[in-house]
Structure formats: C-alpha cells, structure tokens
Design a binder for this molecule. Structure first.
Ligand code: IPM
Ligand code: MG
Length: 357
C-alpha cells in the first residue's frame, strides 16, 4: 500500500511526540511492505508565529491531498493574549471543520499493565473499563450561530448557540451503532433533554436511528448523571454517544480515570476524505522540549490511523502489542511512573516500542 500522511506537529510537546509516532509508522510500513510518504504542515501556535494564522490555507490544502492527517497537540500560554480568532485552538477546530470530521472516536481503556495508575477504587477498577466516546465534532455550541460578545442594556453579554439538525444527529448515531456492533453492542446516548430542546431532538433522532440497529442495546442518560456514573461504575459503558460539548467534557473524564491521560489516542473521521488522528491530551507546555513527554498516546493514535484510516488491522495490532510489551517490560515515562519501574524519556520510550515492533 502506498499512502501519504500529513504530519501536524503543532506546539509544546507536539513535535517530540509526533517524531516518535512517525518513526513507529515508518517502521511498521517497512515491516509490512508498505510505502508511507510523510508531509509536514503548520498548525496552532507554530503557524501563528510563522504566518500569523493558526490554520494557513496551505495546511488545509496539504491535509486534503493526504490519505490521513497525524496531529499531536496545539496551544500554550505563549498565545494566551492573541485575539480569539487567532488562538491556536482555532487551528484545530478549523481543520476538523474543513475536513468535515464529524465523528470523534475516543477510546478509554484500562490496560492491565497500568492498573496501578487507575484513579478508581480497586473494587471499581476490577470491574473493568473499556469504553469509547463517540463525540459529534463539527456542530453544537462550538460552531452554532449567532455567537458573540456585545453590550445589552449596558451590560457586557456573551452568547453562543447550541444547535443540531436531525441529519447531523443521525450520521453520528449511525457511527455509534456501527461502532457498537464491533464491540459489546451497547450504546448509551448522553444529552440533557430534561432542559434543552436540542437534546430533545437528539434523543428523538437517536431513537429513530436505532430502529435499524435492533441488535444493539440503547440506553439514555442525562449528562450530569453520565458524568457521575462514569466514576461510580464505568464498566456499565460500551459506546457513549454524545454531542460536541458534552463529549469534550466526558472524554476528558473517561480518559483521566484510567490514570493515564498520556496513553489515550483518538480518531476523527468524516463521510469521506482523510481522517485525523491525534492523542487526547494537550500540548503540555510545562514539559516541552525536555524529553519527558509520553509518546504512547500518539503512537497508539498511529495504530488507529492504520486501522481506521487505511484498513490495516494487522499492522495496527502489531503497534498496540509493541506498546503493551514495552509497558509489561516495565518502561514508564514520568506521567505513568510507579515504584519498581524504569523511568525513560520520550525518545527512549519510542525506541523501546520500535525494538518490540
Ligand atoms: C479536545 C480539545 C479541543 C476541543 C480544544 C483544544 C479546542 O479540548 O480536542 O477535546 O474542545 O475540542
Ligand atoms: Mg477536550
């Protein structure tokens, strides 16, 4: 297979972890006889510094032409003072929108090798945690109009619009049901239909879509209850289907309770065209450039790229197995360090995975 992958190193620890991720992809290609060409483009604060824009047109162009986009992280305190439309985060939101990446898949998994890092009580953790948040990514209050800041009756007033069309809800519900079919066949739809009209429509359309998926069990939770259930007993969840803002919050919660935010990958997919693959964590500016970052979430995002972007399951399995072997052999970056394990830096962690590939 011959494919082009566009790398977006971004900010903070982004460049260091993406270097490791790209090395693992290159080695996997070699092992399985594929050719991956790597392109690179600017996004986030790095793009603001170089061009004045968080998402230069050239970046969108390069991403559109690629077969997959591999991103690390954007943002940092350096750009806190830039105007809102030039914030690094706008680069990320912009590329999601430009590529039509409406489906964000965020698995949260408690690896047996890292059970000691889990933040939950041992009896709760023992029930297991293996879920995936299917988050709508190009609609909701993130993109709804009207939005703005203005003075109303002499008071500074901020406003945003939570909005979904039935079509936007249907297509993400389909992704959730299809994802569940490949897993434990359970979808929990999360909304706030006791208060919000948007959520009432959400629930109605999810129920309609479910008629085509009778083999999948569907349940519903209000978002506040879902946030509580996630820490009380995450083992009850298989696929969590939700909108953009609720999914943003719940996916951070789901990932941090595993105790290893630095481990979790994600995929963002559209109806066609390249998908975008990135770790769930941020750019960690406090440890940037110190060779301390955990590259495993990025490496595992590379596995998702191969599986979901290119349909290369054996190759993806191989990367995931190499990561688990590395952990089983006791190598840890600072964020997941435990007594009795071997502390390694970002580069060495990447090398340990490569050796086990
Ligand atoms: C995420 C992030 C982004 C989001 C930010 C950086 C714009 O929190 O990917 O979850 O809110 O979607
Ligand atoms: Mg987030």
């Amino acid at each position: 297979m011959h494919k082009t992958i566009c790398l977006l190193p971004g900010d903070g620890i982004g460049p260091e972890i993406l270097t490791q991720g790209a090395c693992v992809l290159a080695a996997t290609a070699q092992k399985f006889g594929h050719i991956f060409d790597f392109e690179e483009a600017l996004i986030g604060g790095a793009a603001v510094d170089a061009t004045g824009e968080p998402l230069p047109a050239e970046t969108v162009e390069k991403c559109r032409k690629a077969d997959a986009v591999y991103l690390s992280a954007v943002g940092g305190p350096k750009w806190d003072a830039v105007p809102p439309e030039k914030r690094p985060e706008k680069g990320l939101l912009g590329i999601r929108k430009a590529l039509g990446l409406f489906a964000n898949l965020r698995p949260a998994l408690l690896l047996p090798e890292l059970a000691g890092a889990c933040l939950l009580r041992p009896d709760v953790a023992a029930r297991g945690l293996d879920l995936i948040v299917v988050r709508e990514l190009t609609g909701d209050i993130y993109f709804g109009e009207p939005r703005g800041l203005e003075t109303r009756d002499g008071l500074r007033t901020g406003f945003n619009t939570m909005i979904y069309t039935e079509e936007e809800i249907r297509r993400i519900a389909v992704v959730a049901f299809e994802t569940a079919r490949k897993r434990r066949k359970k979808v929990c739809s999360v909304e706030k239909s006791n208060v919000l009209e948007t959520s009432r429509l959400w629930k109605e359309v999810v129920l309609e879509t479910h008629r085509e998926y009778a083999d999948v069990e569907l349940s519903h939770l209000y978002v506040d209850n879902a946030a509580m259930q996630l820490v009380r007993d995450p083992s009850q969840f298989d696929v969590i289907l939700t909108g953009n803002i609720f999914g943003d919050i719940l996916s951070d919660e789901a990932s941090v309770i595993t105790g290893s935010l630095g481990m979790l990958p994600s995929a963002s997919l559209g109806a066609s065209g390249p998908g975008l693959f990135e770790p769930v964590h941020g750019s960690a500016p406090d440890i940037a450039g110190q060779d301390k970052a955990n590259p495993l979430a990025t490496i595992l995002s590379g596995a998702m790229l191969l599986r979901l972007g290119f349909g290369l399951s054996a190759e993806a399995d191989c990367i995931e197995a190499a990561v688990r072997r590395t952990l089983a052999d006791g190598y840890r970056t600072g964020d997941i360090m435990e007594a009795g394990k071997t502390l390694v830096g970002c580069e060495e962690m990447g090398r340990k995975v490569l050796e086990r590939l």
